[in-house]
Design a protein around this ligand. Structure first.
Ligand SMILES: [Zn+2]
Ligand SMILES: [Zn+2]
Length: 134
């Protein structure tokens, strides 16, 4: 059972690593992974997605007006729960805002409005340089 769980986790990670630039829903991931590996059930996939988000290996996004969560591979960022992310609404590219000025901003928001930002859930949405040029 333990080995089997690890296997599902590996499959998910590999799949998302190969589709780094894409935002995928849990359903899409499930469909793709279960096609390659028979016998992996939906619950296993969903549970592993949660785990991988907790460890910071995956990022999870929710878009306004949309019910589904999107998952994306987190490229070499172990501390994704500690910083805010920005995302391009057109191509889905993720930016890790791990610069000191972002922390300063969060502190100011807290001081001015009494709101402590939850970095793991905060996403700034915009249009990236590449998409602007189109
Ligand atoms: Zn990050
Ligand atoms: Zn873009």
């Amino acid at each position: 059972m333990g080995a089997y769980k690890t296997k599902a986790r590996e499959e998910i990670l590999t799949y998302l690593k190969n589709h780094k630039e894409q935002r995928l829903t849990a359903k899409e991931i499930y469909e793709a992974v279960s096609k390659e590996k028979e016998g992996i059930n939906r619950t296993t996939i969903y549970r592993n997605l949660d785990k991988l988000c907790e460890t910071g290996e995956l990022l999870r996004f929710k878009e306004p007006n949309q019910e589904a969560w999107y998952y994306q591979y987190s490229t070499g960022h172990a501390n994704c729960r500690e910083h805010i992310h920005a995302q391009c609404s057109q191509c889905g590219k993720v930016f890790h805002l791990d610069k000191p000025f972002v922390d300063t901003f969060a502190l100011k928001v807290s001081a001015e409005y009494g709101l402590d930002m939850d970095p793991a859930k905060t996403i700034i949405v915009g249009i990236c340089k590449k998409c602007k040029r189109k």
